[in-house]
Write a protein that binds this ligand. Structure first.
Ligand code: G3H
Length: 482
């Protein structure tokens, strides 16, 4: 979708395979193909976004708030009619379970509606005049320009739209490239974008990042890079921008969120939360618990019960009732997880669960590894997949020191009961990460709460409320009391 035209593609295409199957074999199945675009199409999309931004009075950036809201409402009304198609593609393309796929879709619709409401409030606030020292002020928010938006494969709808929707409604114009996995599910929504917004406000291109995002960045004409993914891609794209110091970054990146389990933790609850935290969507969440610190006094009991629970999880196709573990969309993931397991076991860790590391076609059963130490790759790397490293500690300073030394700082889960122990610990933890989850696993939602991170984990804040601010700048009309 470029400049309002849904162009028919006749160039080279990339085939999209699903790693799930209706047979028992879980072999990749051809789902469809998508345009393999290059520099020419990428620059066409950029020019369309620039043109839509620069059209002068009444164009998208200066359009009345009510009109922009009407466009967004039209879009969301059309989007809900595509629920079944998109949910099916979420299951087929990225292997997300049916309940989680439905949740992703519904959560996105709510996100858009909440964004509209918050935007109305922002406008109401802007309508109020202030006066100080004889100067009347009308302070409002304006767009930043052209936004390049790149979404992740694990939340190809929800997280991408958490960038795209606030960027659009604030009056920016956009170029959006979906992730490699989770790309087909955007196609049922193309017509809704086309018919809801003026030409060039939303441009959607397909292709490899290097082929389409790099040429756009190199022009220096992008004002905001909005990306959820890894810092390597974000840094590379930022470096390609000739005026990168002028580029605004809205980034959601890696994390290595720990669980810290204190001696007095309620183990039933802790195990439930740690199962969900480590293995929901096979651990392919930036918010997943990626290392579990358990106090040495309860390590044996926790490990035994946790490992048993992992082996009781049901593996199956995403639509199968009760399937918690599902096929992995990235064909290279099982081999990578196997490398982490081999490295850890060679350095002294054991696999605690009987099924840990068993492979079936494109799946590898989550291995619970213990004791994990700092020299192991599974401790150092963001595994983003089904493997659970467990570290035991005797003194709370040990996990705290590790967190302080980490390159990441998104969230932590803290399990314990004694308020006199928890209260000062929470005060320390909130200065190491941006969200402390008390007796619960880490997560992004509800989407009205701030979602961000320290260090290499994020730039800017995403939530309904914060994202509107991340994609805009405060503007100010002043007049003197004379
Ligand atoms: O991958 C990162 C997502 O922000 C995780 O979102 O906590 O809602 O699963 P979630």
């Amino acid at each position: 979708l470029v400049g309002g035209d849904l162009k028919k593609w006749s160039g080279p295409s990339t085939e999209v395979f699903s790693t799930i199957s209706s047979t028992e074999e879980y072999k990749p199945t051809l789902l469809g193909s998508i345009p393999d675009m290059g520099e020419e199409e990428a620059l066409d999309a950029l020019n369309a976004a620039l043109k839509a931004y620069d059209q002068g009075q009444g164009a998208w950036p200066t359009m009345r708030v009510k009109e922009r809201i009407d466009c967004m409402e039209k879009f969301v009304d059309k989007m809900v009619t595509k629920r079944d198609e998109v949910v099916k593609l979420l299951m087929w393309e990225i292997g997300k379970s049916l309940p989680d796929s439905e949740k992703e879709f519904d959560r996105t619709v709510i996100y858009i509606k909440d964004t509209i409401e918050d935007y109305k409030q922002l406008d109401r606030d802007a309508a109020k005049f202030q006066k100080s020292d004889g100067v009347y002020a009308h302070i409002r928010r304006g767009p930043l320009g052209v936004v390049l938006c790149l979404g992740p494969y694990n939340y190809p709808l929800n997280e991408t739209f958490a960038l795209l929707i606030p960027a659009i409604i604030m009056g920016n114009t956009t170029i959006f490239k979906p992730a490699k996995h989770g790309v087909l599910l955007i196609t049922p929504l193309l017509e809704a974008f086309q018919s809801s917004f003026p030409n060039g406000v939303v441009n959607i291109i397909f292709g490899r990042g290097r082929a389409v995002a790099s040429p756009i960045m190199k022009t220096g004409k992008v004002d905001v890079l909005a990306l959820i993914g890894n810092s390597k891609s974000a840094n590379a794209l930022q470096d390609q921008h000739p005026k990168s110091n002028r580029l605004r970054l809205v980034l959601g990146l890696e994390a290595k969120n720990p669980a810290i389990i204190l001696p007095d933790a309620d183990l039933d609850l802790t195990i439930d939360e740690c199962i969900a935290g480590t293995l929901s969507f096979n651990g392919q969440r930036c918010t997943a618990l990626k290392v579990v610190y358990v106090h040495e006094s309860i390590a044996e009991e926790f490990n035994k019960r946790f490992a048993k629970r992992v082996d009781e999880l049901k593996f199956g196709n995403p639509w199968e009732n009760g399937a918690k573990l599902t096929p992995l969309p990235e064909p290279s993931k099982p081999a990578y997880i196997q490398e982490l397991i081999d490295d850890a076991t060679a350095k002294g860790a054991s696999i605690l669960n009987a099924k840990g590391g068993e492979t079936t076609d494109n799946y590898i059963w989550p291995a619970v590894l213990y004791p994990v130490t700092k020299d192991m790759r599974v401790y150092q790397e963001e595994q983003f997949g089904p493997v659970v490293p467990i570290v035991s500690f005797s003194n709370i300073e040990e996990p705290l020191d590790d967190m302080a030394a980490s390159n990441y700082g998104q969230q932590v889960s803290l399990f314990g009961k004694d308020v006199y122990t928890l209260a000062p610990l929470i005060d320390t933890l909130v200065n190491l990460v941006c969200r402390v989850n008390l007796n619960s696993s880490c997560q992004r939602g509800p989407d009205v709460y701030p979602f961000t991170g320290r260090k290499d984990s994020a730039q800017a804040t995403l939530s309904v409320h914060d994202a509107l601010r991340s994609f805009s700048v405060r503007t100010f009309v002043a007049s003197k009391d004379n």
